[in-house]
Design a protein around this ligand. Structure first.
Ligand SMILES: [Zn+2]
Length: 380
């Protein structure tokens, strides 16, 4: 009986163990099934795989997910770096890149004018170029249309003056081609005195009414006369090139200057220069001088065509006797070999006409130079 009870107990124990094992196994397989359902949702992962391969797959997925996550983070970080200058929110890297791309063409836009070769506008943003255009366009033609070609600009090292650091004493130092201003021995102007009185041949003035242009060249008022005027003297014919004014007169007569002087510059076929000087003193108004004053240009170095005409025969004194000597240009480059003829009788200009020139050029006369024993002849 005792043996029977023991057998029953043992049987019950075995049954219980079997039951416990069975339950435990059922629980494990249920967990597996649940896991598979999750996998199937996530990856379209098929059933029937071994537990081992399933774990390996999970590990692989976890690795991929991790890498993907890292890559994504890195990408986001890169995007932030790219986006940083534009201070875009870090959650929107793609729109930022898109913006960066769409911004690129507009950032490149300023480079477009370069392609059409307009150098002045290259590098200037389109908007700025457009707004600057009305200011830039009118200025450029002015600069190119009126170049300062004769050394009048203050920045020009050859700029010469009648006073100050670039005055007559310094002329020769301003440029090598001005050397004669200091080294020359037959310079002008001079103090005309002790002339040899002879029967000088009359100067044959072949002047006629002519059109003319006036220019203020920064040193004087100069008149460029139309071709057709000339003088004949010493067997040569010199055509009139231009005439201009000085105040006071550069030449002295026995130590005395007059209010002004007009220099009529002529040139012969060989390029030799002949200057006729007409001294101007205060008196009645002079019509030809007034014609010049009436056509003064508003700007320096801008030649102005006069409306009327001029006849230089009317600017000559009645008495045509003169002094003559060999000299030079009285302005740089002080070229020598110039035939000078200074009319003995002055011509009158009004105080108002003198005052007008004085406002422009109160003093534009080179000091007298050494005569150095030069022969001066004068008409009897
Ligand atoms: Zn002169």
């Amino acid at each position: 009986m005792r043996a029977v009870r023991l057998t029953v107990l043992l049987t019950c124990y075995l049954c219980l163990s079997a039951l416990i094992l069975h339950l435990a196994d059922a629980q494990a397989s249920d967990a597996d099934r649940r896991a598979e359902v999750v996998d199937a949702r996530g990856d379209a992962h098929t059933d029937g795989k071994s537990e081992k391969s399933d774990k390996a797959d999970k590990a692989d997925k976890a690795d991929k997910a991790d890498k993907a996550d890292k890559a994504d983070k890195a990408d986001k970080a890169e995007s932030r770096v790219a986006a940083k200058p534009e201070t875009k929110p870090k959650g929107a890297p793609r729109p930022t890149q898109a913006q960066a791309k769409s911004a690129t063409p507009s950032a490149a836009a300023p480079a477009l004018p370069v392609a059409d070769g307009r150098e002045g506008k290259a590098g200037v943003p389109a908007v700025a170029a457009a707004s600057a255009a009305p200011r830039v366009e009118p200025i450029a033609p002015v600069v190119t249309a009126f170049p300062l070609g004769d050394g009048d600009h203050a920045a020009d090292p050859k700029h010469w003056t009648y006073e100050g650091d670039h005055g007559p004493v310094a002329w020769a130092d301003l440029a090598p081609e001005f050397a004669a201003c200091a080294n020359g021995t037959r310079q002008s102007p001079i103090d005309i005195r002790d002339g040899i009185k002879v029967d000088l041949e009359p100067i044959n003035f072949d002047y006629r009414e002519s059109s003319f242009k006036v220019i203020d060249n920064g040193h004087t008022v100069q008149v460029n006369v139309a071709p057709g005027n000339a003088i004949r003297v010493m067997g040569r014919r010199f055509t009139l090139v231009q005439f201009h004014f000085h105040r006071p007169s550069e030449e002295l007569l026995d130590g005395h200057a007059t209010e002004m002087v007009v220099h009529m510059v002529h040139k012969d076929a060989e390029g030799k220069l002949a200057v006729v000087a007409v001294l101007l003193e205060s008196g009645k108004a002079q019509p030809e001088v007034q014609a010049v004053w009436n056509n003064l240009p508003l700007e320096k170095n801008e030649e102005m065509a006069a409306a009327g005409r001029i006849d230089l025969l009317h600017l000559l004194p009645e008495d045509r006797r003169y002094y003559t000597y060999m000299g030079s240009l009285t302005t740089p480059p002080c070229t020598e070999g110039v035939l000078w003829m200074v009319m003995k009788q002055p011509v009158s200009v009004s105080p108002a006409q003198i005052a007008l020139f004085s406002r422009l050029y109160p003093m534009n006369a080179r000091p007298v130079q050494a005569s150095s024993g030069r022969m001066i002849k004068e008409s009897n």
